[in-house]
Design a protein around this ligand. Sequence first.
Ligand SMILES: NC(=O)c1ccc[n+]([C@@H]2O[C@H](COP(=O)([O-])OP(=O)(O)OC[C@H]3O[C@@H](n4cnc5c(N)ncnc54)[C@H](OP(=O)(O)O)[C@@H]3O)[C@@H](O)[C@H]2O)c1
Length: 192
Amino acid sequence: MVRELAIEGYVILSADGMLADGNGVMPPELKFDGDQRFFNDALDQADLVVHGRNSGEQQPNSPKRRRIILTRDVAALAADPSNAMATLWNPAGASFAAACARAGVTRGTAAVIGGPAVFGLFLDRFDTFWLSQAPHVHIPGGEPGLPGIPGRTAQAVLAAHGLRPAEVRVLDAGHEVTVMAWRRKTPAHALQ
Ligand SMILES: NC(=O)c1ccc[n+]([C@@H]2O[C@H](COP(=O)([O-])OP(=O)(O)OC[C@H]3O[C@@H](n4cnc5c(N)ncnc54)[C@H](OP(=O)(O)O)[C@@H]3O)[C@@H](O)[C@H]2O)c1
């Protein structure tokens, strides 16, 4: 099978591995201009954005981006009545390949942006997972960023799913925020 759709993940986590607070809200302490720019630029390059119903990037270009939104409100696939660029997808009723076809994107790059259960669904399929970390932010009682946290670190979870650390970029030197690319040596088949 020819690989035509690369799958990339994006998250920023606190030092204790959280992506949101205990109320499911991403706190302002996890927002850094350098990371927001990196994230915005990456999504501008992506052909498709994939996320759960409670996530979303809320950027100026968001309305222009084709996206798939996971929800159990639909049996399989449906148009999103509130967004002509969005396809609603329930993985229990349709494959990711079918969702991509319905969204009109079958090649290029899909950016998966959370939340945790959505990352979990793609852990064995990511070609690259961009792990941003804010080492001086702690969110006690927060929402773990990946399935397996806090028992394991984000790095251990990614490694257990065949991803390996590659290049690192500094996104905010003052706050020591970095992003590390975790890459798969042998690409998985995306469209399954
Ligand atoms: N720090 C970061 O980088 C980052 C990244 C992502 C998210 N966040 C934050 O995390 C919070 C949202 O987290 P969340 O846990 O609510 O995650 P979410 O994945 O955005 O939303 C969860 C909802 O998505 C749908 N869903 C998820 N998995 C599904 C599946 N396997 N099948 C069908 N539907 C599925 C369900 O929608 P229905 O209820 O409609 O069925 C579920 O209630 C937000 O505050 C967001 O800003 C932060």
